[in-house]
Design a protein around this ligand. Structure first.
Ligand code: AMP
Ligand code: DBH
Length: 542
């Protein structure tokens, strides 16, 4: 099996330890500590379940026992695709306890993504919920199992049908392994990225715990805090910024919200006295709108975090008056670096910027297209390295060559500028992806699906500004002999089994793509030209 590693240079690793960022704790270790110190405090609440720290820890240990009894061994990889339910935590901490490596899939992922994650991580197990949000994951699991010979079990929360039920794992006594090396990889997180399918991000116990421990401090979480996961909790933002893990680290309470709709979320905020939650910009706008006529008591909510995509200052200004809480902007990435506006920042800074890094040792470089630092305050490409930013993706030489500089900086693909007081403002991005309401879609990946249609000669996918989504995807398509309708083409893409958010929002048929005198044009320039041309025609119409 391809080994999992994430290695920082020795001198920096020593520095990160010396400065107290990496403390040698493990993911299960901190939960076990809480189970000892606060056994009867509530750790997690769902729609139907509510577990104390002791109960969560015991359930995680039962999962660890059960999986080892099934024959899994430390280091084995298990794809976890669970919605926002308490079992997300008992499963994931159970995997940590057994030394198994969770590979996080989002509930929106379908066979394209899950097959890719399972193959790339060499997973031998797959854990799902029977159904969520009207979708039967067992149907998906059959396809994933057929396409993944190495998969030994599908383990289901709920009615397992022909698969293995989480609640009926073997109870044969087995020895649990010793705690893992805190410098080892704890799990594989995923990134949207700008090319191809999701990339796998190996995060270590040391580096990830630092990121959410420090995030919890920045957000002033303590044992009285109630964090609600409204976005899918497997996403890096609600997982770790400070997210569910940060709330648990602080000894607080996690509320698993099954849907971010105001209707569901507002009722849970009122019932559970939620103090902090995080949203992507379109959902924040929806909440602002819905709050005007809300009947639920939202007064417990102190902080609304917004991130994943750019939140405009105009929208940002409306948070406090509408929801009666502070706004915190969060600009982060599953690869590492996370920036926050601080709770005591002046309102202007909270509204106008995307925050500053977590760590004094996060290194930020803003460079021009030749890699030279831009002058102070100018916009450029953001490069970063630091105590919780990865140095390499898992098993992806091409992406590593593209995404990291020789001296270990991660090329974020974001275009930013830095204010005089060290805060970042996101101005745009260099990479060809669409940031659709915080979901990152690779243009290339969707083009490959479109071109697979026999009636499509060529396709280019671009981001179009959208008042609600921030950006929507628009596919420019040159039809071949038997050109499909836009609707049929969308159905075709959907039928190829990829996440619904990746299906083009709009299809525009064109005769040809403009080429330069050389007759060839880079996809990047082509996409840019199509996008600019489209926006110009829209403007001249209005
Ligand atoms: P990923 O690498 O898939 O985790 O996605 C991270 C990317 O999301 C960043 O590199 C940014 O492009 C985008 N992003 C996250 N938060 C924000 C934000 N607050 N404002 C603008 N873009 C953001
Ligand atoms: O978009 C992201 O990936 C993101 C946004 C905010 C993230 O990973 C994070 C905070 O940790």
């Amino acid at each position: 099996m391809q080994p999992l590693t994430q290695v920082w240079p020795d001198d920096l690793a020593a520095l990160y330890r010396e400065r107290g960022y990496w403390r040698g704790e493990t993911m299960f270790g901190f939960l076990r500590r809480h189970a000892g110190e606060r056994p009867h405090s509530i750790a997690v609440v769902g729609e139907t379940a509510c577990w104390t720290y002791r109960e969560l820890t015991q359930r995680a240990e039962a999962v660890a026992h059960g999986l080892l009894a099934l024959g899994y061994r430390p280091g084995d990889r298990i794809v976890v695709q669970l919605p926002n339910i308490p079992e997300f935590l008992s499963v994931v901490f159970g995997l940590f306890r057994a030394g198994l490596i969770p590979v996080f899939a989002l509930p929106a992922h379908r066979e394209c993504e899950v097959l890719h994650l399972a193959a790339r991580s060499q997973a031998s197990g797959y854990i799902i919920a029977a159904a969520a949000d009207g979708f039967d994951y067992r149907v998906l699991a059959r396809k994933v199992k057929d396409g993944t010979p190495a998969l030994r079990h599908v383990i289901v929360v709920g009615d397992a049908q022909e698969f293995t039920s989480l609640s009926e794992l073997p109870a044969t006594p087995v020895d649990l392994p010793a705690d893992p090396d805190p410098g080892s990889v704890a799990f594989l997180q995923i990134s949207g990225g700008s090319t191809g399918l999701p990339k796998l991000i190996p995060r270590t116990h040391d580096d990830y715990i630092y990121s959410f421990r420090a995030s919890a401090e920045i957000c002033r979480l303590d044992a009285g805090s109630v964090y609600m996961a409204a976005l899918p909790v497997a996403h890096n933002f609600p997982m770790s910024s400070p997210g569910a893990f940060g709330a648990l680290y602080a000894g607080g309470r996690v509320v698993m919200c099954p849907s971010p709709s105001p209707q569901t979320a507002f009722a849970l905020i009122a019932r559970e006295k939620v103090t902090i939650t995080g949203l992507v910009p379109p959902l924040a706008l929806l909440w602002i709108q819905a709050a005007a006529s809300a009947t639920h008591d939202l007064s417990s909510l102190k902080v609304l975090q917004v991130g994943g995509a750019k939140f405009t200052p105009e929208a940002a200004r409306r948070v406090r008056p509408a929801l009666g809480c502070s706004l915190q902007q969060v600009f982060g990435m599953a690869e590492g670096l996370v920036n926050y506006t601080r709770l005591d920042d002046p309102e202007e800074r909270i509204v106008e910027t995307q925050g500053r890094p977590i760590s004094p040792d996060d290194q930020i470089l803003i460079v021009d297209e030749w890699g030279e630092p831009v002058r102070d305050g100018a916009a450029g490409m953001l490069l970063t390295r630091g105590p919780y930013t990865i140095r390499a993706y898992h098993d992806d030489a091409a992406a590593n060559a593209r995404s990291f500089t020789a001296d270990g900086y991660y090329r974020t693909g974001d275009i930013v500028r830095m204010t005089a007081d060290g805060y970042l403002v996101v101005e745009g991005r260099a990479g060809d992806h669409i940031n659709r309401a915080g979901e990152k879609i690779s243009a290339e990946e969707i083009e490959d699906h479109l071109i697979a249609h026999p009636g499509v000669f060529d396709a280019a996918v671009v981001a179009i500004p959208d008042p609600y989504l921030g950006e929507r995807s628009c596919a420019f398509v040159i039809g071949g002999g038997n050109r499909p309708t836009a609707l049929a083409l969308k159905a075709f893409v959907r039928g190829r089994g990829l996440a619904e958010f990746k299906v083009p929002d709009q299809v525009v048929f064109v005769e040809k793509f403009e080429t330069t005198a050389v007759g060839k044009v880079s996809r990047k320039i082509l996409r840019q030209g199509l996008r600019d041309g489209y926006l110009e025609t829209q403007e001249s119409r209005s």
